[in-house]
Write a protein that binds this ligand. Sequence first.
Ligand code: SF4
Length: 124
Amino acid sequence: MTAEEALEYIKSHPDGALQSDLWKALKIDSRKCSRIIAKLLKDNLISREVETVDGIRTYRLFYAEKARGRRFDPLLAVDCFEPCAGCIEECMPEHCAKLSEWIFSIVMGVEGEVAIEKVFTEKT
Ligand code: SF4
């Protein structure tokens, strides 16, 4: 399993591919998938948004088209979009996991994201 195969899978899903589906489709473990995703993010080949599916937190991964501008860069942390933009949830910032994760992404960078994934996969 290579980053190129993961990128092809993501490219083939114009509406975005769930990370939780990616590692299953490519028959790799979630930890290895997280490392590949971190590399693709670092290379600016994909972007992602936090998504919850059946109560489980994952990411929707998008192929970063070259034509797409980077005008939203100020709202991105390690290619993770600022969660408050367009949010319609009842807001309690001090208890918001999405906001906490986004801030953690800013502080820790891609390596921090891999560390977070490692903690989540070890707990499950
Ligand atoms: S802090 Fe959380 S609930 Fe509030 S607007 Fe941001 S993402 Fe939405």
